[in-house]
Write a protein that binds this ligand. Sequence first.
Ligand code: BGC
Length: 391
Amino acid sequence: MKTLNLGLSLLLTGTMLVGCKEEKKEETAMPEQTEAVKKGGITKSEFGTTPEGVKIEQYTLENAKGMKMEVITYGGIITSLTAPNKDGKYEDIVLGYKNKEDYFNGNPYFFGAVIGRYGNRIAKGKFSLDGKDYQLTVNDGPNSLHGGKGFDKRVWTAEEVAGAASPTLRLSYTAKDGEEGYPGNLITVVTYVLTDDNALEITYEAETDKKTVVNLTQHSYFNLSGDFSKLITDHELEIKADKFLPVDATLIPTGELKAVKGTPFDFTASKEIGKDINAADDQIKKGGGFDHCWVFTDSSNKLKQVAGVYHKASGRYMEVYTDQPAVQFYSGNFIDGTKDSKTGGKYEKRSGLCLETQHYPDAPNQPKFPSTVLSPGEKYTTKTTYKFSVK
Ligand code: BGC
């Protein structure tokens, strides 16, 4: 793991306590305000109240160009993000529920959320560390997906970073030792920055007091058309990855790293997502489309461009940069037409696409995969940037 100075001893005393009394703190610390307060590039307002009675705040970040992002303290969810089309028109390009309650009713699609403690699947929700067996919450067939009742369903503490060059929001959450079956209190900080060159920079940081496994990511669904009644099958995608991880019937990697060449999984040259999405291919069938982990050709942990998405009609182009070794490209195959869209109608299968930068799924059980173990004294820090422009 790379290191970065998080100033954790301070955080440990502060946030650990907050973590233990999370719900109470949220109730008492909420400012008594209904009016939005403008503060630099960040506006804060009330979003709503969870069924448990916890008040949720909303932060609106706006850069100098007028690009806007709304984030809520529930799950660190990005509920909207605007980007310009080729005519300079800013439109929302991430899926989110029309009805606020859908965020609190389990957010079945993980729309816009921070994912942890372990993004993606762990087979049968089991793993061992130093000879000790751990049983996680099983929530996806026989497996554990996205941390069980994960970070996407927790209330985060948000704080604007004062004096930053661009609007910067710092979210923190401390997962307790044993929460969802994982060992160690895990202090987690996720920072969103909206830069003036229309990039969303996300930094993930974590520290633990017991050996654990960590794989943090972001679950925004992009639809660059700005019209959520349209599908993402006409978007062109490039992934700088020469291999992907084939999966079994429950979407757990088999352990093989398979060359993409000659398969529907070859996005080394930009290709329309719809082109091979229904190919007669066993892996496509298993995922119901694309729902796999691509392993980058450049395996260095430097921040580098790993993917690009282009929507010709709007001209919008999104570049993805990360220091992570892989990305889960999920083509929204399980979206089932039951939730109202922000732009009218319902979200349908393939209304949005996710590019979840991360370590490999099930790495805790697959010793040949790069390690996701975090030990006390180590600092987990990773960065991913989604940058928007037009072509
Ligand atoms: C997974 C999908 C899963 C989805 C849930 C994605 O990260 O790859 O298999 O259904 O999350 O929204």
